[in-house]
Design a protein around this ligand. Structure first.
Ligand code: GAR
Length: 210
């Protein structure tokens, strides 16, 4: 069997998507890659505990310790290059990275977004705000998207999407949970495996699954 791809997961909070990836490694859904480091942009993020519980290296790189986006991105890039990372997964990572970082890992960074892109995405649409906006608009269906990251916020080639129904008495919190359970926690591990198995081909805006 080919050597497993080295995956870095970047987090800022609770890390339930990280947990879904770690569980998928245990259950064999992810077999072509393994998480070798988890990096948090925040001190004390619970995601770091999840990494430690799984014997994965957990690193904190606080955004506040760096003067600007470029300095932060350079430091992060150095940490990942030191570990020969093949794939960078943004799993609830709330920091926008510099273009130089995105170029260095071109078509090797994936992000999970809690809506059906191009709806409810871009600047300011993160975490609970995304679900607040979907409820305020009155859409009947939302979902999640896993996509490659390019220099446009939430604008990179789409890998996988899954729709989730909105219920009449949803709150942002109940909707967030349903989108995670029904879509994010399934799509993200699937996308990680597809990438690590070499099954994703990017052709402009289009991702083909081989
Ligand atoms: C997830 O819903 C993820 O899609 C979202 O933040 C949450 C993180 O939860 N990400 C974004 O909004 C990025 N634009 P988690 O820490 O439990 O995985």
């Amino acid at each position: 069997m080919a050597e497993k791809k080295k995956v870095a997961v970047l987090v800022s909070g609770g890390g339930t998507n990280l947990q879904a990836i770690l569980d998928a490694e245990d259950s064999g859904i992810i077999k072509s890659g393994e998480v070798s480091v988890v990096v948090s942009s925040k001190d004390g993020a619970y995601a770091l505990e999840r990494a430690k519980n799984h014997n994965v290296e957990a690193l904190t790189l606080p955004r506040k310790d760096y003067a600007d986006r470029r300095a932060y991105s350079d430091a992060l890039r150095a940490e990942l290059e030191k570990r020969n990372i093949d794939l960078v997964v943004l799993a609830g990572f709330m920091i926008i990275l510099d273009e130089s970082f995105i170029k260095a890992f071109e078509n090797r960074i994936i992000n999970v977004h809690p809506a059906l892109i191009p709806s409810f995405c871009g600047d300011g649409f993160y975490g609970l705000h995304v679900h607040e906006a979907a409820l305020a608009k009155g859409v009947k269906v939302t979902g999640a998207t896993v996509h490659f990251v390019n220099e446009v916020c939430d604008g990179g080639p789409i890998i996988l999407q899954k729709a989730v129904d909105i219920e009449p008495d949803d709150t942002p919190e109940t909707l967030q949970r349903r989108v995670m359970v029904q879509a994010e926690w399934k799509l993200l591990p699937q996308a990680v495996e597809l990438f690590c198995a070499g099954r994703l081909e990017v052709d402009g805006n289009i991702v083909r699954i081989k």
